[in-house]
Structure formats: structure tokens, C-alpha cells
Design a protein around this ligand. Sequence first.
Ligand code: ZN
Length: 471
Amino acid sequence: MQEYDIVIGLEVHAELSTKSKVFCSCKNEFGAIPNSNCCPVCIGLPGALPVLNKKAVELVIKAGLTIDSEINDLAVFERKNYFYPDLSKAYQISQLVRPICVGGELKLKNKIVRVNRIHLEEDAGKLIHSSGDAGTLIDYNRGGVPLMELVTEPDISSAEEAVEFLTKLRSLLVFAEVAECKMEQGGMRCDVNISVKPKGSNVLGNRTEMKNLNSFKSVYRAIEFESERQIELLEKGEKVVQETRKWDDDAGISYAMRKKETSQDYRYFPDPDLLAVRIKRDEVENIKRTLPLMPDELKKKYVSEFGLTDYDAEIITKEKFLINFFEETIKLHSNPKNVANWLITEILSKIKDEDQPNIKISPENLAKILNFIAEGKITRTVAKEIFAKVWEKDENIDALVKTMGGGISDDELENLILRIISSNPKAVEDFKASPTPEKQLKWFVGQVMKETRGKANAVKAEEKIKNILSK
Ligand SMILES: [Zn+2]
């Protein structure tokens, strides 16, 4: 069979983290009572005038700076005309000719994906198709929520790469506090443009577009399905029709929706109600200064300054909540490698299946546990038990340490050792007779750990046993 290249371009929408909508002062808020955050501007009553939310422009500039886009000096808003029930004014305010950001790139593990542009537009309302008699309901709360749209060049060649791109982009946007990208709330959505061509060919095939995919999993499955479908058509000598297709995640198939529109179909023209936006260089510089170190830079820092492995640094810098937790904890415990270790082995294993990860222990408490281990007050075994208890129910660590092992006092430990020694004369003889008594010593330590069910401090116990037996 002929081999094929898959060519993918993405259009990613993310709702911006502003307090109010982009052209009116209604709240930008998820989950409010339907149609409660609306006004004449965002539902598009005739004569209502939009006023631009400056914060939304700043956030798009910020997004552009994280991927090395050029920021246009002049940005223009245009009307994109189309009718759909979720868009009551029959046009969406968007940008075509002069978006805020042009160009840019995102580095993946094995390639660089070029970005064509990022522009600012308004979101539409939301249709709710009820299963009962109510038919389709419309909630206009989302109408007018500021949305950035990032368009890539067709540089992506597999479902894996598409997901890698989206994961990285999401982490940048969340990190720079541009958008929260809560996918389960529709805060980040993706359109996938996809075509296939014979391997190595310079001629692009006809492409299809799948709109509004709202999970990485559905992006992955949709690409796998659609590329297979196109390859099968070509193999049969048929043509791929250029069209917009709907991805049905439950059924795991895509089906034709409508012929793909071009920008001419939308009759874009500059919105006469909005002035062009002049973006000054010093404003851009000011925004640049507010950017935190980005995940890639942090990763380098964690490896070179803290001695973390590439692998550990990569995992931690993938998510903002992990970075924050790590940074807070190392302020209170001096060994960053320990913190990374616990974060990855203990904490991540507890939250990996959760959609909205929630670390149920504070950085202060984890640091406390790690400090107790470092000071020899508790063993790792006890530490893990304490950790588990705190995770279940936020308990007082100092009290736990007292009752669980940190509670074995020096006297108690010594008495226990003396008891073990006096009831095992044969082992004592072996110890004294051996030129290298490490094995016997370990046996005694083992007895202590068994008696205390792992709660004694093994290092301390070994020292004491050695002292007593060498007398
Ligand atoms: Zn409004």
C-alpha cells in the first residue's frame, strides 16, 4: 500500500481570564443562571454600542509574547457575518486583516510548529439541546466572552503531535494567566484541519475541518479516524471533499456537516462601531515584564540549580499547580530533589485520575514531613503513613508524629534493644565472633523494626545496637 503523510493545522480557541466580557461590562463567569449575564450589547440589540475591554487585548498580547509572536502596531476589529441561533446579532466581532499577533512558534520535543496568528474575538452563546420536550434552549451568557483564536501553520503530522502541541499551549496560557483553559467547561476548544497526501509529495490534498473538539482525547481520536477515512478514499481512487465535518465522540466517527466556507462567505468588513486599536511598543514592553518564567525556562532552572533529573523537571513544569506547589515547598524544605520525589511518586499517583487535580496536603505540611525525615525524627515508613492520614483528613502533623513513631522515645528504643539482646544470646555471640558483623547488626535492626512495626528510626537503632554490643 502507498504510504501517506498526514497534514494537520489547528485553530485553538481559549476563553480569556477577564472579569467582564469583551465589548460590554457584563460578567465573564461560568455556571451563572442562564441569560443572567446579558445586556443590549452582548445580545446585539439594534443601536447598542460595543466598548472594547482593554484587558482582553493585553491578554492576547501576553499570549503572543509567550510564543514569540510579533505584535501588530495597529489591530482592527471586523464583523464576520453569519446567522446561527447562538449569535443573536447575526455577526461576530472578530479580526481578519490585522490581528493583534502575527507569527510565532511553539517548540515540541521533535519539531517546531509555526503559528500563523492570534486574534481576539467574541464567543457566541450556547445551545442546549434538551432530551425532553423543551426542544433546544439558548443561554446567551457566553455571548461576548473574550476569546483568543490561535491558528497554526499546517506543521503537525500526527494525533500525538497535535495533543503534544495542545498540552504545551494550554500550559503556557494557564501559566501566563491568559486563560484557565478548563476544557470540561469549554474554556479551550479546538478545530482540526486535516488532509493527507502521498508520502513526500509537495501537493497538499483536500482538507476537511472538524470543529469544536473539547478534549485532548477527542482531538486524538478524531485525527486518527479522519486520516484513516481520507486514506481509504484515496486508496479506492475517490476524492476527499473539502468540507466541515462533525466529530461524534460517542460514536467515534465523523460525518459531513456542510461545505467548507471561505472567508469571502462571511463578508468580513471593519466594524464601524469600534476604532482600530493602536498598540504602543512601551505597552508591549510593560506586558512582557509581567510574564513569569515560562515552563521551558523553569525546567532548565530546576535541572541546573536544583539538580533535578530532566524527567522530574519535565513532569513538574507541565502543570502550573505542580510548579506552584513545588516552589512553595522548597521555600520550607531545603532539598528540592526530595520535594520533587515526593511530588511525583506520592502526590501525583494519588491525583492522576482526577479531572480537576486537587493536592490535599499543603506545601507547609509536606515540608514538615520532609524535615522530620531529614532530622531523623521519623522513618520514611512512618512519614508515608502520616502523609496518607493528612491526605485523608487535614490532621495536625506534630500530634501525629508524637503518636506514630516520632513517639518512640530514646529510652523506649534503648529498653527495646536491651530486651532483644538479652533474649537472643546466640545472635550476640555470632556478632561478637564475626570479623565483619554487618549481617548480624542488620538482623538486630530488623528485630527492632519488626517490634515497632517500622516506626523506629533505623539509623538511630543501628547506632545504639552497635554501641551496646561493642561494650
Ligand atoms: Zn453584556
